[in-house]
Design a protein around this ligand. Structure first.
Ligand code: NCD
Length: 324
């Protein structure tokens, strides 16, 4: 197993499926009367958030607590980071506190990589979103959601072979899109992308994807799942499209487009959603929508990742067993 989780590019098919399978075990424990499991007892997990986050931070916090870890959540606002303390000083402080894992979200692409490899701290580093680069646990929870909807209780050991998925919208700024492209490809899915030209990254022709010009073409090519991305206005300094109305009409999953989707097409969104812009309420609240499943599955995936990175090296028996 890998030592850190920085990018889905670092996961081969076997490692990716192992995480999904362990998450499956973790999901089953959610139905137990006592949900808490012992494997991270005595371990310290630090959530280090330099960027705003609701669901990712809560999800990691809940995952670490369910595994009995001590959890410290550290948000940069109101901390010494806002007084100019460097990532290095912060890391060394956390090392001195004995952190076993650091879950980091940072506005700079590459921050998680730097924490893992600069030699400042000897802890497992989990990238919870670095700039526009990657967000590997989001892609894993998306893959888990697709696999469960597709195969139900018969998911274990499987990839996503032959599943055709469309990723739609602000691909330029999306770490979710990048992590998904690599992971979906590793798992055997076929990825289609579509966006206004201004929101496609340079070099996309080198990605393992088919690029479409029109949303309706992409939807027709990808009956498996359609993943709508948030328009990330906070990362935009220029106007990338004429108006919100125009964007919703050309690139949004409107109520009308919903009627064109096949009966088994999953409608996905990582959240937070801009309702009425990239996704209509008719789509977000439909029975095809996996938005809330994605949130639920996020906890299981993060439990699996924490378990494999922090406890996995010292425990070999089944992941959800009782006291040892
Ligand atoms: C994503 C993120 O932060 O990259 N959200 C999330 O983790 N749930 C996507 C987004 O912000 O649009």
């Amino acid at each position: 197993m890998i030592q850190h989780l920085l990018s889905t590019r670092d996961l081969d098919r076997e490692a990716a499926i192992r995480i999904l399978d362990v998450a499956e075990d973790m999901a089953q424990t959610a139905d137990r009367e006592v949900r808490k499991l012992p494997p991270l007892r005595g371990k310290t997990v630090v959530n280090l958030f330099f960027e705003d986050s609701t669901r990712t931070r809560l999800s990691f916090e809940s995952a670490a607590k369910r595994l009995s870890a001590d959890v410290i959540t550290f948000s940069a606002k109101g901390s010494s980071v806002s007084k100019g303390e460097s990532l290095k000083d912060t890391a060394q402080t956390l090392a001195a506190m004995g952190a076993d894992a650091i879950v980091v979200r940072h506005h700079d692409s590459g921050a998680a990589h730097q924490l893992a490899h600069a030699g400042w701290i000897d802890a497992a580093i989990i990238n919870a979103g670095d700039g526009t680069h990657e967000h590997p646990t989001q892609a894993l929870l998306d893959a888990f959601t697709m696999r469960s909807r597709r195969h139900g209780a018969d998911s274990r050991g499987r990839g996503l072979d032959g599943l055709r998925v469309a990723i739609v919208g602000d691909i330029l700024h999306s770490r979710v899109a990048r992590s998904n492209v690599w992971l979906l490809t590793t798992l055997g899915a076929e990825v289609h992308v579509v966006a206004p030209r201004t929101l496609l990254p340079h070099g996309i022709e080198h990605w393992p994807v088919t690029v479409h010009e029109h949303l309706d073409d992409a939807l027709a090519a990808a009956p498996g799942a359609v993943m709508m991305l948030r328009i990330q206005t906070e990362r935009m300094r220029d106007a990338f499209f004429p108006s919100s109305r125009e964007y919703a009409r050309e690139w949004g999953l409107t109520a009308e487009r919903m009627t064109q989707l096949g009966p088994d097409t999953m409608v996905m969104h990582p959240g937070p959603m801009n309702r009425g812009l990239e996704i209509s309420s008719a789509a977000a609240d439909s029975s095809a929508s996996t938005v809330l499943d994605q949130v639920t599955n996020g906890v299981s995936i993060r439990m699996a990742v924490l378990y494999l990175l922090v406890a996995g090296s010292s425990e070999t028996a089944d992941s959800t067993g009782g006291e040892r």
